[in-house]
Structure formats: C-alpha cells, structure tokens
Design a protein around this ligand. Structure first.
Ligand code: PEP
Ligand code: MG
Length: 755
C-alpha cells in the first residue's frame, strides 16, 4: 500500500495544473481502492461551499455544478465535522441530499474524508460503491492517509492553479504566509535561484534563442567532459559493469537524447535553465512511475545530470552582472543574509520566501532594514513568479500577485498613510523616551548591518543594546581575520562613542549558517549553537575577543555579551578565555581595559540560575525571541507552528515579570533586546514590569518612543497587572489592543486582519 501511496503522491506532485492534479487523484484512488466512484470536492472560500471538482464514476456533467454548504449533504457534513463518514447505506442517512445530475442513486456505500491543510479544510475526498457494504477499516485508513498526504500537494496546486488562471494580465491572486516584517511595498519579483536546484528554476522567456542554445550545448559539453574524466580516474578501481554506467550517462547527455529535447523547448521560447528543468522534471516523473526498479533508479541519474548541466549554466551566468528591477521584491525558497546584501539597498523594497517565520533571522534583518517581508509561504510557486508585479503586505502576511488597478491604488494610499505617520513620528525622534510623568526608559538599538548610520542614530539612542556580530560574518567567504574584525568593530564603537555598545560573541547555529562553516543538524535550535560552538572552537572565539578588545582601545565603551548560556560552566570557561585574551594583548603592549560582561537570558535554565550568574557577570540582556521559542517549545523558524509562537503568550509574560523582579532583587542591570521590545504594546508591558532598558531595530524606535511618551507610568504597571491575569493569548492580544485604543495609540500598532 505504501508504494501505491507514494506513487500517487509523486504523480500528483508532478501535475502541471490543478485540474490535472485532481484528475490524477480521482483516477488513481478509484483504481487503488477498486471502487465504482471516486470524487473530489474543493472548498470555495468565497461562497463558503464545497464544489464537485472532478469525479470518475458520477456523471461528468455534474462537475462544477454540484455544490454543498458546510453541514449540507454528506459531503458538507464531512467538511463541517472534519472527520470521516463511512456509510453502508448512504441514501438512508438523514443528511443525504440527492443531486439528480450526478446519477449517484445507483451507489449505496459512501466513504468521505476531509482534506485538511494546517487546520484548514481544503475539500473532501469521496469513494462510493454500488454494493451495500461498509468500507473496511484498512480502506478507511488508506483514504485518510491519502487525504493527509495530498493536502500539502493540493495546497500547492491551488496556489499554482490560482496563478495559472491569471493568464489574462488583469487577473490577480492572493497568497498568504507569515507576517515577518511590517510595511507594504509594490514592485517586481526577482526570484533568487539557489545553485543547481532544478525545482527552483523560474520559467522565463529566452532573450536570445541562439545564445541560449549555445549556452546549453557548452554546458552539456562540459558535463560530458567531467564524466569522461571521472570515468578515467576511477577506471582501475571499479568493475566493468560500473564503468558501463558512465556510458549510459554519456548516452543520456548525447545530442539525440536530453540535449535535443531541451533545445526544442528553447526554440519554443524558454531560456536554457527553464527548458532544462522542464525536460528533466518530465523524464524523472515518467521514470519514477514505471514498474521497473532499474528504470526507477535511472530517475536519480537524470536528476543528477540535470543538476550538473544546470550548475555549469549558472556558473557561466554568475559572471554576468545581475540586473535587479528598480523596485525589487526578492523572492526565494529561503533567502540568506548574504543574498539580501547583494541587492542594492535603493532597489530592494520587499522580501518573500517559502521558508522562515517571524523571528527567523532573515526576518529580523528585514525589520532592521525596514523592508516588509512575508515568509513561510510554503506553497509558493517560485518558477511562475519571476518578473511579476506584486504587492507584499508585511502587516497581514499577504502576497498579491498581479494586483488589479483598484487594489494597487488602495495599497498606494495605505503606503502613503504610513509614510505620513513615519514623518510625524520622525519629528519626535530627538525627544527623550519618557512617560508623561517623567519616567525615563533607555532606548537602545540593535545593529549588525553596515547600512545603519551611527551618525543619525547616536543622537537618538542611549547606545547599542545588541550588535549581532554574526551578520558581518555571513557576508564573508571565510572567517574574517582579527584585523578585519577589529576594523569593523572599531567603526561601530567609535561611531557610537561615548555611548555603550554591547557586542555579542558569534551566535551561529540554529537558522544562522555561515556559508563557509555549515552546521547540519536534525534539531539545529537545540544543538550546536551560540556559545556552544564558540567554546568548542576557542581559536575562533579568541580571535573575536582579541579583535573586540583591540578595537575598544582608548574608547572604553565596549560591553561584551555571551549568547545561549544554559549553564554556569559555560560562563566560567568563557571568562577564562576572556582573561587570557586581555593578558595576551597587554603583553603585546596594548592598553586594554576589562569590558563589562553580560549574558543573554534566553534559555529557560538561565532563569533558574540568576543568582549564580549575577555573581559572575555585570548585566543581563533578555533574548525574548529565543526565550519564547524554548519556553513554548515552538521552533521560531518553522512556518507550520508560527501561529503558536508569540512572545505575548501568558507563560512568557509571567517568566519575564518574574525575571524583572529577580533582577531588581539582585541589583543587576537588565535590558530586553528581543523583538518584543520593539513592539509598542510589548514595550509598554516590559516598562510596566520594571525593565528600564529596551533595545530594538532602528525602524521600531519611532513607534516605541511615541508609545512611551503618551502614557503615564502607572498605565504601564496597571497594564501588566491586568494582562498577567489573562490565561490565553487571544485575551492578551484583545486586551492590549483595547487599552492601546483607549490611550489613542492604536495607530502605532501594525494593522491586522482580525481587528
Ligand atoms: C533573542 O533571542 O531574543 C535575541 C535577541 O537574539 P537572536 O534573535 O539573535 O537570537
Ligand atoms: Mg537569541
């Protein structure tokens, strides 16, 4: 059964359109289950009903005509109850509704299961049979498994289908994802292609057909050469049978095979990588479907050869300068900090990616740069988006592809409103962040991007609360040397001097990879991350510490911060390394001072070690992003559970409240540098709990400052008291919104659909 299931999914996956996918689904399932009828109904959200989309067994004239509301008829019942319905005699069921056009009066037994994707009912899958019998347990289980597996594929087909229907230039499609960085932007999609990934190659018209054909043949020639060399190298070490495999590869690549077919597609107007990807996909799908192990294994070979040819095509095009549209919306499966950095800042207006969530590091970068972003768009049909006009709505987590004129005009006026608000708030930027009754909150900025202008910022903040050193590391091709780092840190320290700059030691792992130091793990956020990596590589940490100390010579505004601390031993080891670095530099004749040292409180174990930590370090910095992820056991980078990740979760708020009290008892200075501090309502809550220093992205400063300046300090403490009494996240959000509205601050909150 598993094999049948796998094949059907594979076939559906390869379908070029939603209709083709549905047709495969009904035909294959009917055959596998040997039933008389198999039908698929999809939910039409606009009209709130289930529509018969395809069937094999019922009259085909009923397709597109038979519709049922949730709860209406057996299909509507399955959709509403979100559970299977297995009936021996369907017409006898009180919920049965007869549709003459289907001809279903002939069928007695009925088994319907809902197709659910991330809690959303997408449709209902039904099998029916003449014979009066209850479907067996195994059959029911098969259909449930089928529906569960199909849901992701169907979701993708729906998204793609929505786009495919937009062949007329006035059509539009709306896709949703995770709102990862606020703001809205209109621009043109630029799809980032990861190296040698056939799935991500966009379809694009060839600009010069002859040139594309030449590029293809050059690339194939180079792969053939690579294979010849590999065969020669291995000649003495492999059997004649294995040698023969290399001949098979050469034949596959031969003029009469793959090459010819790809060339034909180019001549039809497709650019070389797009044509190659189409042909390889077609062959792979065919080979994976056949009932022959030998041929099925060849599918992997075709894919591999395709990747090799693609790699050569990309290598050649990587030497050509990339032309970014004037208003670039960067789109990709996953977008790295380096890719973000490659687009000229002036042209980059928005970001969209299939992976990631709202505290993924690419989201934090986007926020720091003030670029709207929608991430976690799992079902994004990348290959269709290149060059398309789109709107990115980073408040609501929405992507609108090919917007019509009305919608574009509406968004233009919303963008204008935001710009006007930003201008008003800009006027307050040099005023102190204090409540109406004079309670002062120190506002600091999170940095790490070269684009942040210390000259403008230093007049508005009390210093840098978090300098994420991993960001400049990501822009390099290797670990930057001590001198390179020292120069970078010096710029940052002198740019803000005499204000303090909190520099965090390299915090890689999790979702932050260095291209030259990849960390591959099953559970990256629970694995080799932050201080753990650094203590295992003291040579890297020592270079960094020395560079920071060197850079601070004569300035005296460096503060050091250690991330991901989960035990006291880690601090003790790090302290020994710091002492050694100071000693070494002093031996070299440098006048280095011992910087104040802090730890990030971002792992729950640290919450229970505060007393011991306070005897060893000078300050705490609360990483609410990670603290939320670890307290709630929700991967901050996983779009599937993005709805569960929220720093306003009552458990997180209680932990923070308790932490504020403990810090006060211990008399240790404590700031918050996670994203919660950059949210106007979050900032008021933190201030009400007693945190007096908040560090955030530069783009969050105006709204947070405005919120603080418009309340009395007792408002903030009452807000905390009231909020802590609420047991659910929904109530917390509703309450925060209500109070913010009463205080005339609702305009500072990002717009959301649910209010
Ligand atoms: C945090 O975890 O809250 C934090 C500020 O660090 P980062 O987001 O870089 O992990
Ligand atoms: Mg963190």
């Amino acid at each position: 059964m598993l094999e049948v299931l796998r094949r059907i999914i594979q076939e559906v996956n390869g379908a070029r359109s939603l209709d083709a996918a549905l047709s495969i689904i009904v035909r294959r399932i009917r055959k596998a289950m040997q039933t008389d009828v198999c039908s698929v109904y999809l939910r039409n959200e606009e009209h709130d009903c289930f529509v018969l989309m395809d069937t094999i067994g019922l009259n085909s004239g009923a397709i597109g005509h038979v519709t049922m509301r949730p709860g209406e008829g057996l299909v509507g019942l399955v959709g509403q109850r979100e559970e299977p319905l297995n009936l021996e005699n369907a017409p006898a069921h009180p919920g049965f509704r007869y549709f003459a056009e289907t001809g279903e009066e002939r069928y007695s037994s009925f088994l319907g299961v809902p197709i659910i994707h991330q809690r959303r009912v997408l449709g209902v899958l039904v099998v029916q049979q003449r014979e009066m019998r209850r479907f067996e347990e195994g059959e029911e289980a098969f259909l449930i498994t089928m529906a569960a597996q199909l849901s992701g594929v169907l979701m993708h087909a729906l998204a793609t289908g929505a786009l495919a229907r937009l062949s007329d230039p006035d059509g539009q499609a709306m896709l949703s994802g995770v709102a990862a960085s606020p703001g809205m932007a209109i621009g043109e999609a630029f799809v980032v292609i990861p190296p040698a990934n056939l799935e991500a190659i966009p379809e694009r018209a060839a600009e010069d057909i002859e040139l594309e054909v030449r590029r293809l043949h050059d690339a194939i020639g180079r792969v053939r050469q690579d294979i010849r060399l590999a065969a020669e190298r291995l000649a003495s070490r492999i059997s004649a049978q294995e040698q023969a495999l290399f001949d098979v590869y050469q034949q596959m690549l031969g003029e009469a095979a793959l090459g010819q077919e790809v060339e034909k597609r180019i001549r039809e107007g497709q650019w070389a990588p797009g044509a190659l990807a189409q042909v390889v996909r077609r062959h792979v799908q065919y080979l994976e479907r056949v009932d022959d192990d030998y041929l099925r294994e060849r599918a992997a070979d075709v894919r591999d050869l395709g990747r090799r040819v693609l790699a050569h095509l990309q290598q050649e095009s990587s030497t050509r300068p990339v032309q970014y549209p004037e208003q670039t919306l960067l789109v990709g499966d996953e977008i790295s900090a380096a890719q973000l950095g490659e687009v000229p800042r002036k042209k980059l207006v928005g970001l969209v990616a299939a992976r990631g969530s709202n505290t993924s590091h690419v989201a934090i970068l986007a926020r720091a740069m003030g670029i709207p972003a929608v991430l976690g768009m799992t079902d994004l049909p990348l290959s269709r988006l290149s060059g398309t006009r789109m709107i990115v709505d980073g408040h609501r987590g929405r992507l609108i592809v090919r917007p019509d004129d009305d919608l574009e005009a509406r968004y233009n006026s919303l963008i204008e409103e935001e710009r006007a608000l930003a201008e008003v708030l800009e006027g307050e930027q040099s005023l102190p962040a204090e409540t109406r009754d004079g309670e002062r909150i120190r506002l600091m900025v999170n940095t790490g991007l070269t684009a942040e202008l210390s000259s403008t910022l230093s007049a508005r903040v009390d210093g840098v609360g978090l300098y994420r050193t991993e960001v400049p590391f990501m822009m390099h091709q290797r670990f930057p040397s001590e001198q390179e780092q020292a120069r970078l840190y010096r710029d940052q320290l002198s740019g803000f001097a005499p204000l303090p700059v909190v520099m965090r030691t390299l915090d890689i792992g999790g979702d932050k990879d260095l291209p030259y130091f990849p960390i591959e793990e099953a559970n990256p956020f629970l694995g080799w991350r932050g201080i753990r990596v650094m203590l295992d590589h003291p040579e890297v940490l020592m270079v960094q510490l020395r560079a920071m100390l060197r850079a601070a010579e004569g300035l005296d505004n460096l503060r050091l911060l250690l991330p991901m601390i989960s035990s006291i031993e880690e601090i003790d080891t790090a302290l020994r390394l710091l002492d050694r670095a100071i000693e070494e530099l002093r031996e070299d004749g440098l006048d280095v001072k011992r910087p104040r040292l802090g730890v990030m409180i971002e792992v729950p174990s640290a919450l229970y070690l505060l007393d011991a930590l306070a005897t060893r370090v000078d300050f705490f910095s609360v990483g609410s992003n990670d603290l939320t992820q670890y307290l709630l056991a929700v991967d901050r980078n996983n779009a599937r559970v993005a709805g569960l990740y929220d720093a306003c979760h009552p458990a997180v708020l209680h932990a923070l409240h308790r932490l504020a009290h403990d810090a006060e008892r211990l008399g240790i200075s404590t700031s918050v540098c996670g994203e919660l501090a950059g949210d106007p309502a979050g900032a008021l809550l933190l201030a009400g709990m007693g945190f007096r220093t908040l560090s955030m992205n530069a783009t969050s400063l105006p709204r947070v400052r405005a919120a603080i300046r418009r309340v009395e300090s007792h408002h903030a403490s009452t807000l905390v008291e009231e909020t802590l009494a609420l047991p659910t996240l929904t109530e917390v959000h509703a309450h925060l919104f209500q109070r913010m509205s009463e205080w005339g601050l609702a305009h500072l909150l990002p717009p959301r659909d649910d209010r």
